[in-house]
Ligand binder design. Structure first.
Ligand code: TMP
Length: 227
C-alpha cells in the first residue's frame, strides 16, 4: 500500500443509510462514461470475495451481540482487503476509484454511533490503511428521518425479494443515527478541503449537478477532461 505514490483519483461517497449514495454513484458513473472515463466502482463493507462474506456477517440482523470493537475490527479487515485487492492497484495505474463508504463511515458509525471515539478509528486507519486519504468525499446529508424511512423500506423490500437480510444497522435507535449524523458533520468541519457536504431536501438532479461540478473541477486540474 503506497498511497503517497498514487497517480489516480480517489472519490468516496458517504452518508446515512438511505441518503441516496447508490443513485448518485450510478449517475456519476454514467456521467464519467459519457466522457470516456471508466472508473473502478466499489463499496464497503464488501467489494471483494472476502469482503462480501464480512459484509454478510456484519449486516445480517441475526448477528446479535457483536461488540462495538469486534464491529470496528471487521470494518477494518474488510477495508484492508479492499485496499490491497482493488483500491491501491487501481490508483497505482491511474484509475479513478469511486467507493461507496470508506473510513469516514467507521468514524461516524463506530466512533460516534457506537461511541468508541474518533481516535481509535484514526489510529487504525493509519496502521491498517497507511492513512490512505480520498481526494474528494461527497457527503450526502438529506433529512435524517426521511433517509432512515427510505433505508428501512428498501431493506424490507430486499429481504422479501432476495431473502438477503441487511438490516442490522437500520434496526438501531434514532439516537444512534443522530450520533452518526453529528459525527459526519464534525468530519466535514474538520476537513472542508476534502469533504463536500450536500445537505437538505434536494432532487436527484440537483444533487447530481453538485457532484459533477466538484468532480469536473478536480478532473480539469488533473487534465483528465477539458470541459
Ligand atoms: P450500505 O452498503 O447500505 O451503505 O450499508 C452498510 C452499512 O454498514 C451501513 O449501515 C453503515 C455501516 N457501516 C459502518 O457501520 N461502518 C463502516 O465502516 C462502514 C463501511 C459501513
Amino acid at each position: 500500500m503506497q498511497p503517497q505514490s498514487q497517480r489516480g483519483f480517489f472519490i468516496t461517497f458517504e452518508g446515512l443509510d438511505g441518503s441516496g449514495k447508490t443513485t448518485q454513484i450510478k449517475r456519476l458513473t454514467a456521467w464519467l462514461a459519457a466522457r470516456n472515463i471508466a472508473p473502478v466502482v466499489t463499496r464497503q463493507p464488501g467489494g471483494t470475495e472476502t469482503g462480501d462474506r464480512i459484509r454478510a456477517l456484519l449486516l445480517d440482523s441475526k448477528s446479535t451481540g457483536l461488540s462495538p470493537k469486534t464491529e470496528l475490527a471487521m470494518m477494518f479487515a474488510d477495508r484492508a482487503q479492499a485496499i490491497e485487492e482493488i483500491i491501491a492497484p487501481a490508483l497505482r495505474t491511474g484509475k479513478i476509484v469511486v467507493c461507496d463508504r470508506f473510513t469516514d463511515s467507521t468514524e461516524a458509525y463506530q466512533g460516534c454511533g457506537r461511541e468508541l471515539g474518533s481516535q481509535i478509528v484514526l489510529e487504525l486507519h493509519r496502521l491498517i490503511c497507511n492513512d490512505l486519504r480520498p481526494d474528494l468525499t461527497i457527503l450526502l446529508l438529506p433529512d435524517l428521518a426521511a433517509s432512515l424511512a427510505r433505508a428501512r423500506r428498501r431493506n424490507t423490500h430486499q429481504t422479501s425479494v432476495t431473502g438477503k437480510d441487511e438490516s442490522r444497522f437500520e434496526q438501531e435507535q434514532n439516537s444512534f443515527f443522530h450520533r452518526v449524523y453529528t459525527g459526519y458533520k464534525a468530519i466535514a468541519a474538520r476537513e472542508p478541503d476534502r469533504v463536500l457536504v450536500i445537505e437538505g431536501d434536494l432532487t436527484v438532479e440537483e444533487v447530481h449537478a453538485q457532484v459533477t461540478r466538484a468532480v469536473s473541477s478536480m478532473l480539469r486540474q488533473m487534465n483528465l477532461i477539458s470541459s
